[in-house]
Design a protein around this ligand. Structure first.
Ligand SMILES: C[S@@+](CC[C@H](N)C(=O)[O-])C[C@H]1O[C@@H](n2cnc3c(N)ncnc32)[C@H](O)[C@@H]1O
Length: 296
């Protein structure tokens, strides 16, 4: 296994995260990397409850990274139902990230079957039942087209790219529409992002929106579904945000543009948008008129 080596940072719950020099961001909230995986992704998508109602589960882990979100799902489900069958597909640009997570010992604290499953997946890219895992290495914008063509349908989608300003290519209308096509009608898509552009894009893909409570980060995350009832409602502040130019989506018609071109296209669309300027919203809710926030 030819693992790279990434700078390590301990986070508040004792788990570690990596830093990406290429994207200029940490991979997780430093308030608790594994805790974020557990709460923002696994608890929000109600996988443990769902496993009690159906014979197997399917997960799509967009931006697999160190594998914490998949690991937290296996750990939570197998704690209640050992060996329960789980099919998971992970999309990841850089195979050395999951390999380095194993080589640097970041999953050694997890239960033995979870550690074994993720080690196998990082080493071989595919694992047999009860954890039928596949890692698709490459640009998720291309990999998702293959998944859609195969009719892949997930009970839960974990959407965990770097932030929209750093990695807009994985938050576009074109990409998220394809991601949404991989979600079962009553499945859940969860993400840490509460950016108005992300939420408006999920709506354009036909999903209904809910908010998940913040984990460490100051802002809530987003839970989305086509038909699942009882999504936690967005607050008046969050709803009003969707009426501002912050909600202008990112677009990438060819699913191949570099980040700068996608940013520039959105900035141009914002200048001519009929939506309200975001400054009034910021002043009303955040007490200041300018400056970027996690909600941008
Ligand atoms: C925020 S981290 C994900 C953290 C991960 N979910 C975890 O639990 O460790 C973002 C990940 O997206 C990957 N990535 C960046 N651009 C990508 C692309 N175009 N396609 C697929 N993966 C990409 C990075 O290599 C990185 O592993």
């Amino acid at each position: 296994m030819d693992a790279g080596h990434f700078p390590l940072e301990p986070t508040a719950d004792g788990s570690h995260t990596f830093y990406s020099a290429a994207f200029g961001e940490w991979f997780h909230s430093r308030e608790g990397a594994y805790d974020e995986a557990r709460r923002t992704y696994v608890q929000a998508t109600k996988l443990v409850e769902r496993a009690q109602r159906q014979p197997s589960l399917v997960i799509l882990d967009v931006c697999y990274g160190l594998g914490y979100n998949t690991a937290a799902a296996l750990e939570a489900i197998w704690a209640v139902q050992p060996d329960y069958p789980i099919r998971a597909v992970g999309l990841e640009l850089d195979a050395t990230v999951p390999q380095a997570a194993i080589a640097q010992g970041l999953l050694t604290g997890r239960p033995i079957p979870v550690h074994a499953a993720l080690t196998d997946l990082a080493k071989t890219g595919a694992t047999p039942a009860p954890f039928h895992g596949t890692l698709l290495i490459g640009d998720a914008r291309q990999q998702i087209q293959t998944l859609v063509a195969s009719g892949f349908q997930a009970d839960a989608i974990f959407l965990d790219p770097f932030s929209p300003p750093r990695c807009p290519q994985l938050w576009t209308v074109e990409f998220l529409t394809l991601v949404a096509r991989c979600l079962k009608p009553d499945g859940y898509l969860a993400t840490y992002s509460c950016a108005a552009a992300v939420r408006s894009t999920l709506q354009l893909a036909g999903l209904q929106l809910g908010a998940t409570r913040a984990v460490g980060r100051r802002w809530p995350g987003t839970l989305a579904s086509f038909t699942a009832p009882h999504l936690p409602p967005l607050s008046p502040q969050e709803l009003e945000h969707l009426e501002t130019r912050a909600a202008v989506p990112y677009r990438d018609p060819s699913l191949q543009d570099p980040a700068e071109a996608i940013q520039a296209r959105r900035s141009q669309e914002q200048t001519t948008s009929p939506l309200k300027p975001t400054s009034a919203w910021r002043k009303r809710w955040l007490g200041r008129g300018t400056g970027a926030t996690a909600m941008n």
